[in-house]
Structures are given as C-alpha cells and as structure tokens.
Write a protein that binds this ligand. Structure first.
Ligand code: ZN
Length: 160
C-alpha cells in the first residue's frame, strides 16, 4: 500500500530549520497519524509523502511558501496594555492564543511596556526553511467517518 488520498498514514519525523536546529520530533514518542489529502500537515510535506510505502525513509526540504508561509511585517502590531487584562507580567517571547479573522491564532509578544504591547501574529515558523527527516511507519485505508471528518481518529491529534 502506498501513501495516497484518504489513507491514514503514520510517520516518525524530526523537523529542523536551516541551521540544523531541531524544532520538533516524534522520535521517542508516538508517530504522527494524519489523513492524507486533507491538509492535516503542511502542503510541502504532504505532497512529497505521496506514493511512499511503509518503511520508506524520507528527507524533505520545504520552502516557507509550502510550509508556514512567508513572514508578513503587517502582522506585527502594537496593542494597548489593557487588552491583556488578568495577565500580571508580559514579557517578550510569551505567546497568547487569540481569535483572528481565520479562526484561532497564536501571537508572540515582541516588546512590552506599561502602555503598549508589540505582538507578532506571524506563525513562529513563517519564513523558515524546514527539513523533515523521518520514515513512514504505517498506512491504512481511512474509515468512512474519518474521511467525513477530514482527520484520522488515531494518535495525538485526535481529540474527540
Ligand atoms: Zn473526527
């Protein structure tokens, strides 16, 4: 069986940036289960896993445009300190979840003083060239319900 649309695929992977720093890894834990062809994972990786078989090792370079997008300087904004009511100390590097036009988004604090907070709504991996290195662990046909929901009912991403 090969990786194709409507297959539930499990991969082990290690994600590194252009400097070779490890950003994320499934090694030592459960593999990542996802439903192929439903944009569960970033497009550049999904495209390059197509047609692979169980046991295949892969090393995939993903440009920002096929990953988490390019950085957009317009997404760096100043907001009033009052917007963070209930938060005692705001420091650069802190992340908050907020509602954006496209749904939930994570913003990162760049700078903060008593009146204003500068936040960056770019994805932390926007503009970063990524490399995924790993292996295909299993492939199976998705169940009807999984195809309808658009995700795999297995693994850590499954929360209902
Ligand atoms: Zn579901």
């Amino acid at each position: 069986m090969q990786v194709a649309a409507n297959k539930v695929v499990a991969i082990h992977y290690t994600l590194t940036n252009g400097e070779g720093q490890v950003l994320d890894s499934s090694q030592g834990g459960n593999p990542l289960f996802y439903l192929h062809g439903h944009s569960n994972i970033i497009p550049g990786l999904e495209k390059k896993l197509e047609g692979r078989s169980v046991g295949d090792a892969f090393e995939v370079a993903v440009e920002p445009s096929e990953g988490y997008g390019e950085r957009d300087d317009n997404l760096v904004q100043q907001v009033q300190r009052e917007a963070f009511q209930g938060v005692d100390a705001i420091e650069p590097g802190m992340q908050f979840q907020t509602q954006g036009p496209g749904g939930a988004m994570v913003v990162t604090v760049v700078d903060a003083n008593e009146e204003t907070v500068t936040i960056d709504a770019n994805h932390p991996l926007a503009g970063v060239a990524l490399t995924f290195k790993g292996s295909v662990e299993s492939i199976r046909d998705a169940r009807e319900e999984e195809v309808q929901h658009g995700h795999a009912h297995e693994g850590d991403l499954h929360d209902h």
